[in-house]
Each structure stands twice: as structure tokens, then as C-alpha cells.
Design a protein around this ligand. Structure first.
Ligand SMILES: *[C@@H]1O[C@H](CO)[C@@H](O)[C@H](O)[C@H]1NC(C)=O
Ligand SMILES: *[C@@H]1O[C@H](CO)[C@@H](O)[C@H](O)[C@H]1NC(C)=O
Ligand SMILES: *[C@@H]1O[C@H](CO)[C@@H](O)[C@H](O)[C@H]1NC(C)=O
Ligand SMILES: *[C@@H]1O[C@H](CO)[C@@H](O)[C@H](O)[C@H]1NC(C)=O
Ligand SMILES: *[C@@H]1O[C@H](CO)[C@@H](O)[C@H](O)[C@H]1NC(C)=O
Ligand SMILES: [Cu+2]
Length: 638
């Protein structure tokens, strides 16, 4: 036995103190039981450049339902049947699904086998309290992992829910580096557990958008021949048919199939892994979706007909297989700028046993009507009154647990008002392209800003190396330098707010300049926040600070009147078009945490801030031999 164990550890290639027994991903994806000791779940990730619908697809075809393995059984990544250079993890897209129980240790050895590419992986939704060095944000919590190197992520998952992981560098996530990360608790601790019978791996649904060329073609990108970042397709668990935009013919890639038994109730876990700004709308023919959790946080269950999700959002719902047995369409359609091309994808909900209902034709993009729509794009009716118009907003959801009363105090310890916007180099193109300026280039010749600052990465991780502090700034400090930071239109620096540990922080994020049909999903690392208010103004007008002051006055009045009942928590919020979101969180996790637009092209062009919570002393010690990185510009030898 001992020999076997040693062999096992040797095979995994990891050193461990003798008392630790490592479990495989399959062993970790178990029914969580009360009082069970935590497991040490070991996963090996190999990141590569690879090809979808490549040579491997001459040899085998991947299964059309989920594989529980972390290694591909068939190395064909079929995607939508188009051959493309991809960035894969273990030759799968999505990457391996990690399923563990709350309290487990997760050890991921990430081997970067993509030559010439640096990588990091962020564990989206995991708070990492106590494991702050493993949040996966380049130059904030670690150095990027150079090709050829292996980096061991090693953390305990302390907050349950439907999470996911993805690349946090540049726009790499778009080319395939993402997957599900599910943290379960024993059924007895699941407040909505009585609502469903099954919580299966095969009902995890990762939806993503897909481009037929490398995302880098769109960042820095082409603007003269192929402007923008509109995706070519949508994938459901990594597959889908492709409809030729000209001939309207679909190829023959089989749809993903979700199997159910008649009469049972299933927990579905949906992850929006989109990289572009298009929102995704999910509808299941003849079935309602009973929402039980948002971004891993339990809510009081509500039934709706259709849900809208922005990049980075997750939703858990119960589906009752209570319709006549047969096959039903699962439709994911993309909104926003994807509306023009009526981009949609399907999967199939298939009942086992005898079929008593004929499958219908695929529904058209705008064919279905909904009585109840969750997270509507038009947030006009979200503020205040309970829903009565067929639309349910995230701020109208109720937390399952009683909220921490501190969060309902009238005055927060810190209030941050963060308008986001774009600044264009448009009017100064000649200056932009004038000699030796080298301003950050993006084909749109624009930058993204929050409070007029465009975020840039420091040269070294702030969490572990002081060299990084050089580029820190916030608007209060920077008035002087901001006028002439060597850039024409925006201050570019590491936009950071210091926050006292355990303080109540209120953040108002708003969309300063009106842009048609563009909603930005904002994600906070290290914490979840309470959603108090969301809303939008008349279209066509910009949001002035006076308008936001009025929103805040109403918010204050509602706090004084005790109007907010159990606001729900999330870690990602889609800020409505021409609208705002008022959120609060308890800064109870020391560290350096990013809050940013989850649309890859905005995060990479500056729509990010860092919340620095607590003091360096509040953090665990820097792991031994933690990699360092910095510029090397010594004095010249004499
Ligand atoms: C949003 O809904 C309101 C009320 O239903 C309507 O008056 C308004 O025109 C809508 N706005 C947009 C941009 O569709
Ligand atoms: C500025 O950019 C917009 C959109 O990219 C474009 O339509 C417009 O022509 C540009 N204006 C100038 C002066 O280049
Ligand atoms: C951003 O800059 C504009 C002018 O360029 C100014 O009017 C505005 O007050 C600034 N906003 C903030 C939050 O500093
Ligand atoms: C914020 O914290 C950093 C690191 O502790 C420190 O260097 C910096 O001076 C602080 N900034 C402000 C404005 O207090
Ligand atoms: C909104 O702001 C933009 C950028 O500052 C400006 O070009 C535009 O004219 C404004 N629109 C309105 C309706 O005020
Ligand atoms: Cu954005």
C-alpha cells in the first residue's frame, strides 16, 4: 500500500509530506458528506497552442455529453467544426471541469507548454482568503508564467458555488482557456437542496463565444478591413453548429445533449464564459428555470422563463423534467452588438425512455416570447418597486440568508463613484501616429478609463514586490501628473484604492457616455458584493454626476427607511446600457483585488481598478521561492 502510494505520488510528479494523500479529479467529484475530512485534489493542466477540428478529428470524435475526466479521451477539439489555432488546456475546450467539496485543497500544476506565450489562470468566484497569492492576476498577485515553466496553484476553497477559471492575460481566454470550477456542500447544508433531486456533472453548462481567428487579430486588431470584436459563433460546452452567414447553411456538428429522466428535478449550473461584450440569453423550450443561486450565492428561489447573463456571471437553476417526454431546444442567443447577425446556438434537452412528443423545428432568433425575463437589458423598471412587468432584475432578488446588518448602515466607511468611459485618440490621430509616441495601440485608437484613468499593469506583482508600487495612482493623488502623463487623453497608471480591512465599501459604477446597446459586466475579485440598486436613464443622453447624485439621494433615503430587504450577493454585475449599479461589500479579505469589466477588450485597454484591502502585514507570508519579475535596467558599466 505504502509502495503504491509512493508510486502514485511519484507519477504525479509532486513532492508531498508523508501524511497527505492526493485525490484524483474523479475522486474529488464526489457526493459531499457531512463531517468528511477535506481532500487534496490534484490536477495537472497542460496549456498548449492547439487546433480545433484539426488532425486529431480524423481519428476520433469527442462524446456529446460531458466527460468527467481531466484528460481528453479523444484529443479532437471539435468546437463548431472550423479549423482554428486555439489555446487549450489538456486538449479540451472547455478545459477540464474541476469539481470539489467546500473545504478541499485544490492543487493545480499549470505547465505552460505554449511556446512564446505567458499565462496565468484566475479562479473566478473563489475568494482566496488566506491564499491571496493564487488569484491569478498578472503583476498583481503573481508574475506571468513563462512558457516552459510550471506554476503550482495551491488553495483551499472556502466558498461554495458555480465558479469557473480562465486566463487573465490579454484576450487569451477567448481562444479557449476556460473551464468550470464547481464547489459543492453536503445536501444538508444546501438551503435550496430540497428543490432538486440531482446535481450532476453532465448538467454543468459552459457557454462561450467563439472567433474563427485568434483573438489577437482583434487586439491590437484590424480596423481598416475587419473592425470590432464581434464573435463568429457561440459554443455550448465547447460545441455547436456553424451557420454560414452567406448561404445560411449549417454544418453537421451534432448539438450538445443534456439528458434527463421524466419526473425528476435537476440542478443546472450555467457559466457565462463569453469574452466579448455580447450578453447571452438562455431559454429552454417549454421549461421554466427556477433560479436558486447567482455567482455561487444562494437566493430565494424564483421561476422565470428566460435569463440574460453577461461575461463572468453564473446562474444555478432547477429544471423540472415535467413535460411530455421528448427532445426540447435549449437556445442561447447573443444580444448587444451580436443582435445584428442574430447569433444563436442550440443544445438539446433529451428525456429518457419513450418519446411522446415530436421535436419541433429550430426556433428563430426572435421567435420565442417570455412571460418572465431575468436580468433584462432595459433596466428602466429595476429601481424600486417589486416586479410586475414580466422583468426581474438582480437587485430584486433576495438573499437566502439574513444579510450582515452592517451592510444596511446609512453611511458606508468608503464610497467610490466610478464612471467608466472610452477616450478616443480620434481628434489627435496625427499626434497619435506622430513620431516616437508609442501610445498604447488599439485598433479603435481608443482607451478604456474609469474615473478618467486607464489602468496599466505594474512591472512587478504588487502583492510580493515593492517595485510595482511605482506606477500606483488614484485620481485624488494624480491631479497634477494627470494633466500631462505623456498621453494625450487619459492618465495611464495602476489605478488603485487603499481600503481599510473590514470596512463597508459602497461602489457606484456607471456608464458615463451613451453607447447604443452596450452593457458592461463588472467582476470583483476576492469578495462578493450586495446589489442594492441598478437602473438606467433615457437613452441618447450621457450620465452627468448630478444624475448620479440624485440616484444616491434616493439610495440614502431608502436606507434610512429600511427599504432594502435582504439584497442578494454576486461577484459580477452587468451594468445596464446608459445605466448604473450601486453595490456594497465588506472588505474582509486583505490583499490586492481587481474590479474590472469582464469584456476582455475593455479589461485589456484599461477598464480596471485595484482594491488594496488592509496592510501588507495582514497577508500570509509570501510563499517560499515565489517567482519574481521586474525590469532590468542597471547602471551602465564603467
Ligand atoms: C425601456 O423600457 C421603458 C419602459 O418600459 C421604455 O419606456 C423605454 O423606451 C425602454 N428603453 C429602451 C432603450 O428600450
Ligand atoms: C472617429 O472614430 C469613429 C469611430 O471609430 C469614426 O466613425 C470617425 O470617423 C472617426 N473620426 C475621425 C476624425 O477620425
Ligand atoms: C474627467 O475628465 C473630464 C474632462 O476631461 C472632467 O470634466 C471630469 O470631471 C473628470 N472626471 C473625474 C471623475 O475626474
Ligand atoms: C496605499 O498602500 C500602498 C502600499 O501599502 C502605499 O505604498 C501607498 O502609499 C498607499 N497609498 C495611499 C494614498 O495611502
Ligand atoms: C456625450 O459625451 C460625448 C463624449 O464626451 C460627447 O461627444 C457627446 O456629444 C455627448 N452626448 C450628449 C448627448 O451630450
Ligand atoms: Cu466594458
Amino acid at each position: 500500500m505504502k509502495f503504491f502510494l509512493l508510486c502514485f505520488i511519484y507519477l504525479l510528479g509532486i513532492k508531498a509530506s508523508n501524511s497527505i494523500v492526493f485525490s484524483s479529479p474523479k475522486e474529488c467529484a464526489r457526493n459531499c458528506k457531512d463531517g468528511e475530512p477535506p481532500k487534496y485534489c490534484y490536477v495537472k493542466f497542460i496549456l498548449e497552442y492547439y487546433t480545433s477540428n484539426g488532425m486529431a478529428c480524423n481519428w476520433c470524435m469527442p462524446n456529446i455529453t460531458n466527460q468527467l475526466s481531466t484528460e481528453a479521451l479523444c484529443e479532437c477539439i471539435i468546437a463548431d467544426g472550423i479549423e482554428k489555432t486555439v489555446l487549450s488546456i489538456n486538449r479540451m475546450i472547455p478545459g477540464p471541469t474541476i469539481q470539489v467539496c467546500k473545504g478541499d485543497h485544490v492543487i493545480i500544476d499549470l505547465e505552460n507548454a505554449a511556446e512564446g506565450l505567458e499565462v496565468t489562470i484566475h479562479w473566478h468566484g473563489v475568494f482566496q482568503n488566506g491564499y491571496q497569492y493564487y488569484d491569478g492576476v498578472p503583476f498583481i498577485t503573481q508574475c506571468p508564467i513563462p512558457s516552459g515553466n510550471t506554476f503550482r496553484y495551491d488553495f483551499v476553497v472556502d466558498n461554495e458555488g458555480t465558479h469557473f477559471y480562465h486566463s487573465h492575460i490579454s484576450v487569451q481566454m477567448m481562444d479557449g482557456q476556460y473551464g468550470g470550477l464547481i464547489v459543492r456542500v453536503p445536501k444538508s447544508q444546501e438551503p435550496n437542496g430540497f428543490l432538486y433531486d440531482e446535481d450532476l456533472a453532465e448538467h454543468i453548462m459552459v457557454i462561450s463565444d467563439w472567433m474563427h481567428e485568434l483573438s489577437l487579430e482583434h487586439y491590437p486588431g484590424k480596423v481598416r478591413s475587419d473592425i470590432g470584436q464581434t464573435p463568429d459563433n457561440i459554443l455550448i460546452n465547447g460545441r455547436g453548429k456553424y451557420t454560414d452567414p452567406v448561404t445560411k447553411r449549417k454544418n453537421n456538428i451534432p448539438y450538445y445533449v443534456f439528458n434527463v429522466d421524466p419526473g425528476k428535478r435537476y440542478r443546472f449550473r450555467v457559466i457565462n464564459g463569453f469574452g466579448t461584450v455580447c450578453l447571452a440569453q438562455l431559454t429552454i423550450e417549454w421549461h421554466s428555470l427556477q433560479i436558486i443561486a447567482m455567482d455561487g450565492e444562494n437566493v430565494q428561489a424564483v421561476k422565470v422563463d428566460s435569463v440574460i447573463m453577461g461575461s463572468g456571471e453564473r446562474l444555478d437553476f432547477v429544471l423540472s423534467a415535467d413535460q411530455p417526454p421528448g427532445s426540447y431546444w435549449i437556445q442561447v442567443k447573443a444580444l448587444g452588438e451580436c443582435r445584428t447577425s442574430e447569433l444563436q446556438q442550440f443544445a438539446i434537452l433529451r428525456y429518457s425512455g419513450q418519446v411522446s412528443r415530436q421535436q419541433t423545428n429550430e426556433p428563430g432568433y426572435s421567435q420565442w416570447r417570455y412571460n418572465w425575463l431575468f436580468n433584462p437589458q432595459n433596466a428602466t423598471g429595476c429601481s424600486g418597486a417589486p416586479p410586475n412587468n414580466g422583468r426581474l432584475c438582480v437587485n430584486q432578488m433576495q438573499s437566502f440568508d439574513q444579510v450582515d446588518p452592517r451592510i444596511l448602515r446609512v453611511n458606508p466607511d468608503l464610497q467610490l463613484i466610478l464612471p467608466f468611459d472610452f477616450v478616443s485618440y480620434n481628434s489627435t490621430l496625427t499626434t497619435f501616429f506622430g513620431p516616437k509616441k508609442y501610445d498604447k495601440f488599439f485598433a479603435d485608437v481608443s482607451l478604456s478609463v474609469m474615473r478618467n484613468i486607464s489602468y496599466v499593469e505594474p512591472i512587478s506583482p504588487l502583492i510580493s514586490q515593492r517595485e510595482g508600487y511605482k506606477s500606483l495612482c488614484n485620481p485624488n493623488q494624480l491631479i497634477q501628473e494627470c494633466r500631462n502623463p505623456g498621453k494625450y487623453t487619459a492618465c495611464s497608471c495602476t489605478h488603485t484604492y487603499n481600503i481599510t480591512l473590514d470596512s463597508i465599501v459602497e461602489v457606484v459604477i456607471y456608464d458615463q457616455t451613451w453607447v447604443e446597446d452596450l452593457s458592461h459586466p463588472f467582476h470583483l475579485h476576492g469578495h462578493s458584493f450586495y446589489v442594492f440598486d441598478i437602473g438606467q436613464f433615457t437613452s441618447g443622453n450621457n450620465i452627468t454626476s448630478e444624475k448620479i447624485q440624485r440616484v444616491l439621494q434616493r439610495h440614502q433615503a431608502r436606507l434610512m427607511d429600511g427599504d432594502y430587504i435582504n439584497p442578494a450577493r454576486k461577484d459580477t454585475i452587468t451594468v445596464p446600457i446608459n445605466g448604473f449599479a450601486t453595490i456594497r461589500f465588506i472588505a474582509n479579505n486583505p490583499g490586492w483585488w481587481m474590479m474590472h469589466c469582464h469584456f476582455l477588450w475593455h479589461t485589456v485597454s484599461g477598464m480596471d481598478v485595484i482594491f488594496h484591502v488592509g496592510e501588507p502585514d495582514d497577508l500570509p507570508p509570501i510563499p517560499e521561492n515565489f517567482p519574481t519579475c521586474s525590469s532590468f535596467v542597471p547602471d551602465v558599466n564603467v
